[in-house]
Design a protein around this ligand. Sequence first.
Ligand code: IFM
Length: 483
Amino acid sequence: MAGKQFPRGFLWGVATASYQIEGAVAEDGRGESIWDRFSHTPGKTWEGDTGDTACDHYHRYAEDVGLMERMGISAYRFSIAWPRIFPAGRGQPNRKGLDFYQRLLDRLEAARLRPFATLYHWDLPQALQDRGGWANRDTARWFADYAAYVMERLRGRVEAWITHNEPWVVAYLGHVTGEHAPGLRDLRTGVQVTHHLLLSHGLAVQAFRELGIPGKIGITLNIQLVHPATDREEDRRAAHLADGVFNRWFLEPVFKGAYPEDVWGLFRQLGVAPRVSDGDLAVIGRPVDFLGVNYYTRALVQYDPAATETFGVRILPGPGPKTAMGWEIYPQGLYEVLTGIHRVYGPRQIYITENGAAFPDRLEESGEAAARHTGQAGSLSGSRAGSASGFSADSPVVRDPERIEYLGRHFYQAWRAIQDGVPLAGYFVWSLLDNFEWAFGYSKRFGLIYVDYPTQRRIPKESASFYRRVAEENTIDDRFAGE
Ligand code: IFM
C-alpha cells in the first residue's frame, strides 16, 4: 500500500478501563468503588446507567482478547480495579481480585499482546472516600502501597505501568463540577486533589524504582489543546491561563519538579493554592520513562470577565465538525500537542494512550448492509467488516466511516510528529469495545467493536477492519494526509 510508513516496532494497541468494561462489581470479593456509589445515586448518570454489568468483560475477557488477536494489534492498555485488589482500599488484599488480572495476563501472553496496565482509572475504593478520598493526603500513601503490592505481584508480566489516567478529570469533574464521582463541588478541594494525585504518582514511581520492577513507568495526561478564540490580547492571555490549569499544572511538576508560577499565583489569589509539604515536588518530579498522552479535541478560549468561577475563561466550541460528544474534530492538534510537549518537556518516550471518537453507530443485519453496500470504507478494498478482515463474514455490520476518517487523520498527524523527531512509540485507540462512558452511561459508543448490551454480543465495526489493516501494514494511507 502506498502511504506513510511508521517506524519498525511501533505499537498499535487499544485501551479500556476497569469500571467501564468489567461488570461483576460484587464478585470474588471486590469492594465498592466511588463509581458504584455515584452511578447508583439517582440523577448522576444518563438514564441511571451503572457499571454493574458493563461489557461483562470480567467473564468474557478471553473472547475479548481473541478479538484483539484477530485485529492484529500488538498491545493492550487496561486498568486494574483497586477495589478488587484491596476491597477496603488498604489492609487485607483480596487474592481472587488479583487472580483475575493474572488470568487476563495469561491470555494476553498467549495472544502475544503486550500489556500496559493503568493503576488508577477512577475507581477509588469507597472505603477510602469515606475517609476523605483524594482530598485526604493519606490516600496518596495508600495508593502507593496498593501500587507497590500490584507491581510486585505482577512483576515481570507488565511491560508498562501507568500510575494515573487523566488526573485533571479526576480532580475537576470529580471535585469541582461534580459531574463525576465522588460528585463534590468545591474548587479548593479540587486543587488540593490535583496535588495529592500527583504526589501519589511520584510515590508509586519511587516504589517502582526501589522494588526494581522490570518494565517502565509513566503517567497519562489528557492534554487539552487550547487556542485563543481571537487574536485579541485578553483572549490570548485567557488561553495561556487555560493551558496552565489544564496542562502545565500537571506537566511542569512531573517533568520540571515545580508548579507553574502563573497558575500558582492565580490559585493563591483565589485562596485555593494547595498545601504542599517539603520534598513533595522532588517526589512528583522523579523521572518517568514515558508520558501517556490522551488527545481528543481542542478548545477555543475567550476572555469573559463574567466567568468568575472559571477565572475569566470561557470555552467555546471550535468551528469544525463534531463527534457525538460534541467535541470538535481537530486532528492537526495532535501534531501540535506532540511536538509542543517534545520541545518543552522532552519526555524520553511518548505513547498516545487514548484517541478515538464516539458516533451514533447502528447495527445493520448483513443482508441489509450488503444490499446497500456500494464501496468500501476506509482503506479496506471492497470488504465489509468480515471476510478479508479476519472477522466473521455473516455477522451483522456496523458501518462507521466517520470513525475511520477520524482515526486515519489522527494517525497521519502522529506520523508527521514522528518525522519531526517526536519519540512516539505507540498508539492506543480508545476503545476496544463500546462501554460505560461515565456520566453519559451507555449512550456514547467509542468502540472499534460494537457491544449489543442486551445479549453482550460483540460485533466488530468496519473501523476494526480498518485498524487491522493499519496495524498489519504499519502504514497509513496517503488519503488521510492533510490538515
Ligand atoms: O471514556 C473516557 C476514558 O475513560 C478517559 N478518557 C476519555 C474517554 C472518552 O471520554
